[in-house]
Design a protein around this ligand. Structure first.
Ligand code: HEC
Length: 120
């Protein structure tokens, strides 16, 4: 049992390391800023929780960076703008991090009222 737990801990540590290693310093910075300032609305805290904003991923940038960057800088009636909180470099980092994330699974229809308001 003891040995099994040791192996398990090693495995968990190794996968954690492997994941962290695949992100550049810029992407890691972006992940930290995203988790601090964006996740509250854009990441579902539990599987059952509703999501306030649309799920973000590399698919968000499929039409280019301009519109999503404007949204991040200026915000909307439903989202604060971040141009006074973040430098251009910090917004670059968030965009770089989001582009490492895969298309999220489709949300159940009743869980995405905000997407209907999307200004795109
Ligand atoms: C208070 C909740 C809230 C926070 C905090 C928030 N957002 Fe949003 N965001 C929204 C909502 C709601 C929308 C949907 C569009 C709308 O209603 O304006 C949105 C839309 C977006 C979009 C456009 C998505 C698309 O598909 O067009 C991007 C990009 C985005 N947010 C990025 C961010 C980033 C990056 C941060 C953190 C720096 C952030 N948001 C913080 C609520 C939030």
């Amino acid at each position: 049992m003891r040995r099994f737990l040791g192996l398990l801990a090693l495995l968990v540590a190794a996968t954690g390391l492997a994941r962290a290693e695949t992100l550049s310093d810029q992407q890691l910075l972006g992940r930290r800023l995203y988790q601090q300032s964006c996740g509250v609305c854009h990441t579902r805290p539990t599987l059952q929780s509703p999501l306030f904003g649309p799920a973000l991923s590399k698919a968000t940038f499929a039409q280019g960076d301009d519109q999503p960057r404007r949204q991040i800088a200026n915000g909307s009636p439903n989202m604060p703008g971040f141009k006074y909180n973040f430098t251009g470099e910090q917004i670059d980092a968030i965009v770089a991090f989001l582009k490492t994330t895969d298309t999220p699974p489709a949300n159940p229809p009743q869980a995405q009222p905000a997407a209907a308001n999307s200004q795109r």
